[in-house]
Design a protein around this ligand. Structure first.
Ligand SMILES: [Zn+2]
Length: 84
């Protein structure tokens, strides 16, 4: 197992992947898509799979992970980051 590739777990499907392949979100008053993965604070990673995002939306997994109550705009941002 490689030790020099940082991995993170998707909060929806719990699969481990290289950090760069995941999408990082932080909550800072509102939901922020942290494309550079540098934003300070509590972050959550998602894989971007359509089915996975649908499950995250349904169960409010991202809200729990970030200890935040997500607005409809926040949810639209999450929904919009689905991979094709
Ligand atoms: Zn996932």
């Amino acid at each position: 197992m490689s030790t020099h590739t940082p991995t993170r777990m998707c909060i929806g499907c719990r699969s481990r992947m290289e950090k760069q392949k995941l999408i990082r979100f932080v909550y800072d008053g509102k939901l922020i898509l942290d494309a550079k993965q540098k934003h300070p604070g509590r972050g959550a990673y998602i894989c971007g799979e359509k089915a996975c995002i649908a499950r995250i939306m349904k169960k409010n997994t991202l809200g729990y992970a970030l200890h935040a109550s997500l607005s409809s705009e926040d949810k639209a941002l999450l929904e919009g980051c689905t991979h094709e």
